[in-house]
Design a protein around this ligand. Structure first.
Ligand code: 3HC
Length: 288
């Protein structure tokens, strides 16, 4: 158990993977971060460095100086290099085929590890089934921005062993997060509630009821949300919103969870939110 709380491995150096990596490093852990793309790893290292420096400047980095903490980050393009981590957290894009492929390979190259997925809505039970150790597969769903948001939804697949749930709950606490147990159902709890709200906000704009800015102002001022639903769509990624809606549609109710055509249009045009520099709003400095 102690070892589990000292180092982790992460697959996927996108927004979520790098956020988990930064959080684990700031908590004093050694982190191995894997991605197929060298460029994604370079970008992640730079972003993590910036995030750690900011914490250090504010006097909030207890695990050492930003340089010393960053020195505990190893990056690699080979899943086999993650083999000695007790827990591997997969944070790859939300594609069942991609995640299943990663889990199959991890099952071979890292026979001892607990395999956790940061999937935002896919079935853990199905993912566990592609491995030869379904009792050691579990969901650890983090929230964006990971360094700030305190929740980890811990999703138990039908096959997950009790000790595995307990280990990842302890890991979440070691990362400074609060674990909450949620059943293995499409969208789990938060996304099943939050993403349809974002989708509905897009319909309000699509139908000409209000502008995106008015919708966001209304929800901030009228419902006390920290940012409006469309600014949130830009933050989590419009592609992610559409992917979660499709999973809710497939798993729960065809009609109720139709992705809003406006979201699909933005996605087709490549306007995915902050990560591409444009979504409902424009973010000139962040795209690319
Ligand atoms: N990384 C690290 N720290 C960040 C950050 C980031 N990306 N963004 C903001 N912060 C920090 C700031 O440094 C600041 O820290 P400080 O108080 O120590 O100075 C603090 O957060 C507050 O930031 P700001 O004052 O700049 O802005 P806000 O007060 O608006 O807070 C926010 C930013 C916390 C992101 C807030 O807007 C918020 O809570 N938004 C909603 C987030 C949310 O709902 N997330 C869930 C998305 S759903 C999801 O992730 C699931 C997935 O599966 C789709």
């Amino acid at each position: 158990m102690t070892d589990t709380l000292q180092r982790i491995a992460i697959v996927g150096a996108g927004i979520m993977g790098r956020g988990i990596a930064q959080t684990a490093l700031a908590a004093g852990q050694e982190v191995a971060l894997c991605d197929v793309s060298e460029a994604a790893l370079d970008n992640a290292r730079e972003a993590i460095d910036g995030g750690l420096q900011r914490l250090d400047d504010k006097g909030r980095l207890e695990a050492g100086t930003a340089e010393a903490v960053l020195a505990r980050l190893a990056v690699t393009t080979r899943l086999a290099d993650l083999a000695d981590a007790p827990v591997i957290i997969e944070a790859a894009p939300e594609s069942p085929e991609l995640k299943e492929g990663i889990f199959r390979e991890l099952d071979t190259v890292a026979p001892e590890a607990i395999l956790a997925s940061n999937t935002s809505s896919l079935s853990l039970t199905r993912l566990a089934d592609v491995t030869g150790r379904p009792e050691r597969v579990v969901g650890m769903h983090f929230f964006n921005p990971v360094p700030v948001m305190p929740l980890v939804e811990v999703i138990r697949a039908r096959q997950t062993a009790d000790h595995v749930v307990e280990t990842v709950e302890a890991l979440a606490r070691a990362l400074g997060k609060t674990p909450v147990r949620i059943g293995d159902s499409p969208g789990f709890a938060v996304n099943r509630i939050l993403i349809p709200m974002i989708n509905e906000a897009a319909f309000v704009v699509e139908e000409g009821v209000a502008t995106a800015e008015a919708v966001d102002d209304a929800m901030r001022l009228g419902a006390n949300h920290p940012i409006g639903p469309l600014a949130l769509a830009d933050m989590v990624g419009i592609d992610v919103v559409v992917a979660v809606m499709k999973i809710l549609q497939d798993g729960l109710d065809e009609a109720k969870y139709q992705p809003c055509p406006l979201l699909r249009r933005l996605m087709d045009e490549g306007h995915l939110g902050r990560k591409t520099g444009r979504g409902f709003c424009e973010y000139p400095a962040e795209g690319g």
